[in-house]
Design a protein around this ligand. Structure first.
Ligand code: NAG
Length: 580
C-alpha cells in the first residue's frame, strides 16, 4: 500500500470524499487496484465459496435445489410453498437457473454433481461482476481510500463466503444490491431502477425496500417523474410479464408468486412465525460472526460519520461534507435494519441483501475515523494509514478464522455422497430404485444433485414433529400443477412422509453419541447396519466453548470441541445386486 503524498493535515481525506464528478483527475492520489485486479481477487474468494461452502439452510435444498432438480431430471422434493394451493414460490426464478445448464444437457452430458458445482460457480461469477460495478461506483464517488477498504472487506468476508454462491432469492437480491448501488453511484439511474425491479420481481419482493432511497433521489430530488415511470413500466413489461407467464404455466393457473408471498407474510395470522422466533441478539451475533469489526463499524456509521463531519466543518472554513452522497449510501441499510431487526422470525439469509451495504458503511466509517485522525494529526510519526492497516488485519484474521470453522466443522455432511457414486458404479442398479434414508438429518441433505442415477431419498421417522417436504408426484409440469396431498401451511407433521426402515438400502445419519426412541444410533445395530464411510462433524450442543466453536485457532479447535461422526450406513439385509 502506497501512502498519500505529504499534505496539510486533514486535507487528503477531505479531498477523498468530495463529489468526484467534477474533477476526476484527482482520483489517483492513493493507490487503488484497478477493476481487473479487483475482479480477480473477488472471483478467487467467490470460487472458494462455490467449492467449499456447505448448504447452510435446508430451505435452500428443498425450496430451490430440489425444484431445479425436478425441472432438469423430472424428480425431486417439493415443499408446501410449491403446492398450487399456496403458490408462494416462483417457478420463474427456478427456471431462470435451469438455463445455465442447457449446455450440459445439450452437448456435455455431465453428471449431476458437476452440474451442481457448475451452477455454484456461475453464482460466483455473477456475484463478482456485480461487486466490480459496486467497487467502481464507490471509487468514483467516495474516492480511492474508501474503495480499497471496501475491497478488503468484501474479499475477506465470511458473510460473503456464506452468501455469494447460495441458491436463494436473498442471494439474488444481494447481487441486485451490489449492482444497483454501483449503477446509482455511477449515475446510471435507468439501469439502477431496472436492477431493483429485477430483485423485487424475480427474487424477493421485500427487497424493493432497499430501492426507496433511489426512488426518493429520482422522484423528489431530481424530479424525474416521467423517467421513473417509464423505467418501471419497462421493468414490468420485461420481467413481471414473463414471470407471470412462467409461474402460471408451471402452476397451471394464473399466479403472481411475489404477491402471494407478500400476502402470506403480511396478512396471514401467524405468518412465518410458526417457524420460530428469535430475540434481537440473533442478528447482532450473526452479524458479528459474519463481518466482525466491519459489522460494528457499519452499525456505528450513523453516529460516527455525522459527528466527525460536524467537527471538521467547524474547524475548516468552507468545508462542505457530502451529506447527500453519504445519506443516500447508508439509508438502504438502515431501512432494512429497521424492518428486519424488528420482525420476530429471523433468519441469517434475511440479511444477505444488505451485506454489500454493511461493507460500504463500514468502509465509510473507517475512512471517516482516518479523516478525523489525519485532521488533528494525533500522532507525529504514524500516518493515517496505520488505522486502516490495523483494522483490516484484525478483520482479515477473524474472518478467515471464522470461515475455516465453517469448512472444518461442517463439510462432513456433504462428503459422504461421492461414496454413493462409487457404489453405484459397482452395483447393478438398472432395474430397481436404491433408497437412501434420513431421519433426524433430513435438514442437512445437500439435494438430489448429490445422488447417483436411480438413487432416491426417503425419510424415516425421527423426533422431529414438523412437516417434511414430499416428492413431486409426476415429472415435468404435470408434477408442478398437481395439488399434492398431505400438505398444510401450519408446519404440522404428516405421517405419510415416512417409509419403514426395512425398505432402506442406506442410511445417512449423524452419530452424536445420544439416542432416543426414534433416533437410535444405527451404527450400534451391527446386525443390520454396516458403516461404510464416516466423517467428523462438530456437535455444537456439546462443544461448550462458544469461542472455540465459533473461531478456528489451530490446535485448540480440535481439543476444545466435541465431534460426532457423520455416517453412511449400508443395510446388511436389504442387499444390492452386483453388476454381472
Ligand atoms: C452448514 O454449516 C452450518 C454452519 O454454518 C450448519 O449450521 C449447517 O448445519 C451445515 N449444513 C450442513 C448440510 O452440514
Amino acid at each position: 500500500i502506497k501512502t498519500a503524498p505529504q499534505q496539510k493535515p486533514g486535507e487528503e481525506y477531505v479531498e477523498d470524499v468530495k463529489d468526484r464528478k467534477v474533477d476526476s483527475s484527482k482520483i489517483s492520489e492513493v493507490w487503488l487496484p484497478n477493476s481487473n485486479t479487483a475482479f480477480r481477487l473477488l472471483m478467487s474468494a467467490n470460487l472458494c465459496s462455490a467449492l467449499m461452502n456447505n448448504i447452510t439452510d435446508c430451505d435452500e435444498t428443498y425450496n430451490y435445489w430440489e425444484p431445479l432438480h425436478h425441472l432438469l431430471y423430472g424428480e425431486g422434493f417439493q415443499t408446501w410453498e410449491y403446492s398450487p394451493a399456496y403458490a408462494i414460490r416462483s417457478w420463474a426464478y427456478i427456471y431462470m437457473h435451469s438455463m445455465f445448464t442447457w449446455a450440459h444437457f445439450g452437448f456435455l452430458n455431465s453428471n449431476k454433481l458437476l452440474v451442481f458445482y457448475f451452477i455454484r460457480m456461475i453464482f460466483g461469477l455473477i456475484c463478482t461482476l456485480c461487486q466490480v460495478q459496486f467497487y467502481e461506483g464507490v471509487a468514483l464517488r467516495f474516492g480511492n481510500n474508501v474503495a480499497r477498504i471496501l475491497l478488503t472487506f468484501m474479499v475477506l468476508s465470511t458473510g460473503m463466503f456464506i452468501s455469494a454462491t447460495a441458491f436463494l432469492p436473498s442471494t439474488f437480491c444481494m447481487f441486485g444490491t451490489y449492482l444497483f448501488m454501483g449503477l446509482w453511484l455511477q449515475g446510471k439511474l435507468n439501469y439502477a431502477i431496472l436492477t431493483v425491479a429485477a430483485s423485487a420481481i424475480l427474487g424477493w419482493p421485500f427487497s424493493a425496500a432497499l430501492g426507496v432511497p433511489l426512488a426518493f433521489d429520482v422522484l423528489v430530488r431530481r424530479q424525474k417523474f416521467w423517467f421513473f415511470t417509464k423505467w418501471c413500466l419497462v421493468a414490468i413489461a420485461t420481467m413481471l410479464v414473463p414471470c407471470f407467464a412462467l409461474d402460471s404455466y408451471f402452476y397451471g393457473k394464473p399466479v403472481i408468486a411475489s404477491l402471494n408471498i407478500l400476502f402470506y407474510n403480511v396478512f396471514t395470522e401467524h405468518g412465518p412465525d410458526i417457524y420460530g422466533t428469535e430475540p434481537l441478539s440473533y442478528y447482532l451475533i450473526n452479524g458479528f460472526l459474519n463481518f466482525n469489526v466491519a459489522f460494528i463499524l457499519a452499525l456505528a456509521t450513523i453516529v460516527i460519520v455525522p459527528l466527525v463531519e460536524v467537527i471538521i466543518m467547524q474547524k475548516l472554513k468552507g468545508y462542505k461534507p457530502p451529506v447527500l452522497l453519504i445519506s443516500f449510501s447508508i439509508a438502504p441499510m438502515y431501512i432494512w435494519i429497521l424492518i428486519f431487526f424488528t420482525r420476530p422470525h429471523k433468519e441469517e439469509r434475511f440479511l444477505f441483501p444488505i451485506y454489500p451495504l454493511i461493507c460500504l458503511s463500514a468502509s465509510i466509517t473507517l475512512a471517516t475515523i482516518q479523516k478525523l485522525y489525519g485532521f488533528f494529526k494525533l500522532h507525529k510519526y504514524l500516518n493515517v494509514q496505520w488505522i486502516a492497516v490495523v483494522v483490516l488485519t484484525a478483520y482479515g484474521c477473524i474472518s478467515l478464522s471464522r470461515s475455516f470453522v465453517l469448512f472444518n466443522a461442517y463439510h462432513g455432511s456433504m462428503e459422504l455422497y461421492p461414496k454413493l457414486h462409487n457404489i453405484a458404479d459397482r452395483a447393478d442398479t438398472s432395474e430397481k430404485i436404491i433408497h437412501i434414508c434420513m431421519g433426524k438429518e433430513w435438514h442437512r441433505f445437500p439435494s438430489s444433485f448429490f445422488l447417483p442415477q436411480n438413487f432416491t431419498l426417503d425419510f424415516i421417522e425421527s423426533e422431529f414433529r414438523g412437516q417434511l417436504p414430499a416428492k413431486f408426484q409426476a415429472p415435468g409440469v404435470n408434477g408442478t400443477r398437481i395439488e399434492p396431498r398431505h400438505f398444510n401451511d401450519e408446519n404440522l407433521e404428516e405421517k405419510s412422509r415416512y417409509v419403514s426402515l426395512d425398505s432402506c438400502h442406506f442410511i445417512i445419519d449423524l452419530n452424536h453419541g445420544e439416542k432416543s426412541r426414534f433416533e437410535p444410533i444405527y451404527s450400534e445395530d451391527k446386525k443390520h447396519w454396516q458403516v461404510i464411510k464416516e466423517v467428523d462433524y462438530l456437535i455444537a450442543s456439546k462443544s461448550n466453548s462458544r469461542f472455540h466453536r465459533a473461531f478456528y485457532i489451530p490446535f485448540y479447535f480440535n481439543d476444545r470441541n466435541v465431534f460426532g461422526k457423520y455416517q453412511l450406513l449400508q443395510s446388511k439385509t436389504n442387499l444390492l445386486k452386483r453388476k454381472p
